[in-house]
Ligand binder design. Structure first.
Ligand code: SF4
Length: 601
């Protein structure tokens, strides 16, 4: 099948061994790429491994759309068994590393084993070298990127970790291009555990597509369509920060550790304030609607902002100053910490302090304290140590009822949407296959625009449809979903792109089935790897069931537990899982996963 480099590259860091394997057509058809390739490999090869041991594997995986001259196609997926959750973990990242990995002749690169000393990998077409990184160890992700770029040239794709990944902090990510970040469930720590500071990729080849002329033509049309969209200009002014005003108005902005959904100082830091402070734009390769807005932080340095990091490092910790949020965001990126989890961890500590559960006095909105905590979390020291393994572990240590307001699902911190009055989005967080993250099913905008307060079966059906498209197709293709989500780019383009690239006609039914195969295999991985995994892993935090919001248009509202249970039961039924969330034998067999059913059913 065309459109793939066709090769999987393995580097075993314990044995200094490099191997290359063909990727069969059947694997390409059944799993497409990206997340699909990653879970297939993890299911087959990582069993009962400690996530930070040499037995875990770190996978960098592209798909047929990655690196093509198509809208927002500069993405790759980074996946592994997660040290934060113990289950399947992944994240997508926009990076030139995705483009150059395919140009070097590989669809997937797998890091195995563990180096004895700090190293980085240089992948340059057929030449693979394990390089000494002793001088880079301890440096932040920005400086590391600069040094490697200086040494290997700008025509390189570079993936790095910061000190947080080196220190095996489970909320650390992989960074690229000084601002792109991927792998929320601790992919940075997995890389650090292998003593792998960076990967530098250079490639000079081109991937052979089925119909290059057609691809050029429809790719160009796609870019033009995006620019002509009604919402394009506003998007270019605010990017994802447009969600800030919307969330505040709809009372779902994470505020004071998700206690509230409305921030009284929102006007001081919303998308319109960002517009005035904007000095530059950044984003991923191949994108003509780049969403990273750069402003100057209080130290005069440039720092990038988007909605998620502003929501979590702003209102969620009571901070109302955008340049200060930008500085925190930059600091987190330099350390290689996930900004969503970081905002949740700091919010958790501020609430613990307010409730008198810890002796330290940290007030909501205390910028200096937040800076200090960011560094302490990155080091795993001081008060930061308590939350450096995420809020689930912190609440288990602290006790005193804090589990109820440790804002996580399956161990991954919730991203920036308060769901006291958004049952569909609460279910989306609860059933996301990596733990609480919005990327698989951002149903909240559909939910608020349609029937916000209903717990109907039709909402559950819509949620699964979103998971199939976003978590199944986009994460495996691998391409950014935001053109479709944010400016209504025609979804019909994607099967057309796939056909021009691979020569294979995929209907959406085929792609949905492929997405279901991936979801079921991920579910099977959780069942195999996490003892007693089942229904109780699929609930949002108690706070949303027990404490009503006190402000905004949903004042007095909280989730209805009985109705949530019914939604979850419908979700299982529609997925073909039993009422403990275990896939049924016939569901797995229908997806071609008979071998899997023998292990878990
Ligand atoms: S829309 Fe944003 S996240 Fe998506 S590819 Fe463009 S810059 Fe990257």
């Amino acid at each position: 099948m065309k459109g793939y480099a066709g090769t999987l590259l393995r580097v075993n860091l314990s044995e200094d061994k490099v191997t290359k394997e063909d990727i069969s057509d059947s694997i390409r058809k059944e799993y497409l790429g990206g997340r699909g390739f990653a879970i297939k490999l993890l299911w087959d090869e990582v069993r009962n491994a400690d996530p930070l041991s040499e037995y875990n594997k770190l996978i960098f995986s592209t798909g047929p759309l990655s690196g093509q001259l198509l809208p927002s196609a500069g993405k790759m997926v980074i996946a592994s068994k997660s040290p934060l959750t113990g289950g399947y973990g992944d994240g997508n990242i926009g990076t030139m590393a995705s483009v150059y990995l395919k140009k070097a002749g590989y669809d997937i690169f797998v890091a195995e084993g563990k180096s004895e000393k700090p190293c980085y990998l240089l992948i340059a077409d057929e030449n693979i070298k394990i390089m000494d990184a002793t001088d880079l160890w301890g440096k932040d992700s920005f400086e590391t990127q600069d040094l490697l770029e200086k040494q290997h040239g700008k025509n390189s794709g570079i993936l790095v970790i910061g000190p947080a990944g080196e220190n095996l902090i489970p909320i650390s990510t992989v960074m690229s291009q000084k601002g792109r970040s991927g792998g929320r469930p601790g992919m940075g720590a997995v890389m650090g555990s292998k003593k792998l500071k960076a990967v530098v990729i250079k490639g000079t080849k081109s991937v052979s597509n089925f119909d290059d002329d057609k691809l050029r033509e429809i790719g160009k049309k796609g870019y033009e369509e995006i620019k002509g969209k009604e919402h394009y200009n506003f998007w270019m002014r605010q990017g994802t920060m447009q969600a800030f005003e919307w969330c505040n108005e709809n009372a779902c902005l994470p505020t004071y550790n998700f206690r509230e959904g409305v921030f009284e100082f929102s006007k001081e830091m919303d998308g319109y304030v960002l517009e005035k402070l904007h000095v530059a734009r950044k984003g991923c390769p191949m994108c003509n609607m780049q969403c990273g807005h750069v402003i100057k932080d209080p130290s005069g340095q440039q720092a990038e902002l988007d909605y998620e990091n502003v929501g979590m490092l702003g209102p969620n910790i009571g901070l109302r100053n955008l340049p200060q949020v930008a500085l925190l965001n930059r600091l987190a990126d330099e350390w290689g910490l996930d900004t969503i989890s970081l905002g949740s961890c700091i919010g958790f500590l501020m609430e613990a302090s307010e409730k008198g559960l810890i002796p330290e006095k940290i007030k909501w909105g205390d910028f200096e304290a937040a800076q200090k905590l960011t560094v302490e979390i990155g080091r795993g020291e001081g008060l930061g140590k308590l939350v450096s393994h995420g809020v689930k572990a912190a609440a288990e240590t602290l006790g005193k009822g804090s589990q109820k307001w440790a804002m996580q699902v399956k161990g991954l911190e919730i991203s920036a949407y308060n769901c006291h009055a958004c049952p569909g989005m609460a279910l989306a967080f609860a059933t996301s296959p990596i733990g609480a993250h919005h990327k698989d099913a951002w149903i909240i905008s559909w939910e608020i625009a349609n029937d916000r307060f209903s717990y109907d079966k039709s909402k559950v059906e819509k949620l699964i449809e979103f998971q199939r498209i976003r978590g199944g197709f986009f994460e495996s293709a691998t391409v950014c979903r935001l053109p479709w989500v944010e400016v209504s780019f025609g979804i019909h383009w994607y099967p057309e792109y796939l056909e021009a690239i691979t020569g294979v006609k995929w209907s959406w039914d085929d792609l949905y089935k492929m997405g279901d195969r991936i979801y079921n295999l991920i579910r099977a991985f959780w069942i195999r790897e996490v003892p007693q995994f089942g229904r109780k892993w699929d609930y949002p935090p108690e706070r949303w069931f027990e404490e009503a919001q006190s402000e905004g248009k949903v004042k007095g509202m909280k989730l209805d537990r009985r109705k949530y249970e019914q939604m979850l039961s419908w979700y299982y039924e529609l997925r073909g899982w039993d009422q403990n969330g275990i896939p049924l034998k016939e569901t797995l067999e229908d997806l071609g996963l008979k071998e899997v059913s023998r292990e878990i059913v």
